[in-house]
Design a protein around this ligand. Structure first.
Ligand code: PLP
Length: 384
């Protein structure tokens, strides 16, 4: 086999964190070794039965068996519009300001292709969801990492971003409730963020994939902030709220210009989302409020149990404000996050994600995803 060299952009990407962890897990499985898996952001709960039924019925319709419209089906866009109004009190135009996606990752990663020119900067959080880095690099942008530090409640310190960088930045990715740190963004920060982006002409790509996985305070939409519509696009997912990760469905909402740019890119990459999946997405948004309440109840119970039992045992601090992640701070004299995870894997047969995998400012922490049942969480804690 001839060994063709990968492109410079592909070669400049770090190994995709979750792919690497999957590889390690496969190795264990192949050897027949049992382990507890807290590494994956994929809810273990089944998708709503009503949604599955809708998908089944919708798949029989001839219209859904053909190429879908690139801009998505009107019934799905209308359901998104109604849900957004009900949940955030925000009005969005179903024709011009909403774009269904093949999962929010697809939109988040394609988005810079619409607006970035070679050499522009994209600002990404560190630690942060790994997809943003790839998105920036594939679009030819340079990456500037914004540290999310514990002393700043894991919010980026906008004042510390050099003015020269503010002027070179085209897009800023921000994600709250946050993966991996679990924290929410307070309204005063969101206002500052919108002001900052407006002043420097930076597009705000606001990743709200976990907007419905909250326990106390309800997370905001960026469009609750005055002026946000001028500069922001917000990404949503059905993956976490309705445990529909495998369905691959989400959406972007934002001003007409930003949505139009992303649609133009997508038109060149894909040919719409399977219509039955969009019908299933509409059914979830319109009919599954009680299901979403139950998902929050399940994750809250796990979160409370985990935090109450683990805190003083191993970690100097744990954060578990929203999402289904726990961001645990390693003791000061501890090994690196990678070595700590290796120790958990080899000695305790527990798979967790090292903070460093989310960017250099994630070092010193590890992430637990509470996507396993309470009994399993109990078993893991007692073995630690
Ligand atoms: C912060 C964040 N954004 C986006 C996504 C992508 O979700 P999906 O593509 O399933 O909608 C994830 C998935 O884990 C995530 O953690």
């Amino acid at each position: 086999m001839r060994n063709f060299e990968f492109s410079k952009s592909l070669n400049s990407l770090p190994p995709y964190l979750f792919a690497e962890i999957d590889r390690q897990k496969k190795e264990l499985r192949d050897k027949g070794v049992k382990f507890i898996d807290f590494s994956i952001g994929d809810p273990d709960v089944s998708a709503p039965q009503g949604v599955v039924n809708t998908l089944f019925e919708a798949a029989k319709l001839k219209e859904n068996q053909k190429y879908a419209l690139d801009q998505g089906k009107l019934n799905f866009r209308s359901a998104i519009k109604d849900w957004t109004k009900k949940r955030f009190g925000v009005s969005v135009d179903a024709d011009k300001e909403i774009l269904p996606l093949i999962g929010s990752k697809e939109g988040l990663v394609h988005f810079p292709l619409a607006f970035v020119n070679k050499g522009d900067y994209v600002l990404i959080p560190s630690p942060g969801y790994p997809g943003y880095r790839g998105a920036a690099i594939f679009s030819g942008a340079k990456v500037y990492e914004m540290p999310l530090l514990e002393k700043n409640n894991f919010l980026p310190d906008l004042e510390r971003i050099p003015v020269s960088m503010r002027n070179k930045a085209k897009i800023i990715y921000v994600n709250y409730p946050n993966n991996p740190t679990s924290v929410l963004a307070p309204m005063d920060f969101l206002k500052k963020l919108v002001e900052f982006c407006s002043q420097y002409g930076i597009i705000l790509a606001y990743d709200n994939a976990y907007s419905e996985i909250y326990f106390e305070e309800k997370p905001h939409s960026i469009f609750e902030v005055e002026g946000a519509r001028e500069i922001a696009i917000e990404f949503h997912s059905l993956s976490k709220t309705f445990c529909m990760t495998g369905f691959r469905v989400g959406w972007a909402a934002g001003n007409e210009n930003l949505v139009k740019g992303l649609l133009k890119v997508k038109t060149n990459f894909d040919s719409g989302i399977f219509g039955a999946i969009q019908d299933a997405g509409a059914a979830a948004l319109l009919k599954e409020d009680a299901y979403a309440d139950n998902v929050r109840r399940i994750f809250k119970e796990r979160r409370d149990f985990f935090v109450q039992n683990i805190k003083r045992k191993l970690f100097s601090q744990v954060y578990a404000d929203a999402t289904f992640y726990v961001w645990a701070k390693l003791p000061r004299k501890s090994k690196s996050s990678i070595d700590f995870c290796k120790h958990l894997l080899e000695d305790k047969r527990i798979v967790v994600t090292p903070g460093l995998g989310f960017g250099k400012y994630g070092e010193g922490f590890i992430r637990f995803a509470l996507t396993a049942e309470k009994d399993i969480i109990k078993e893991a804690i007692s073995s630690l």
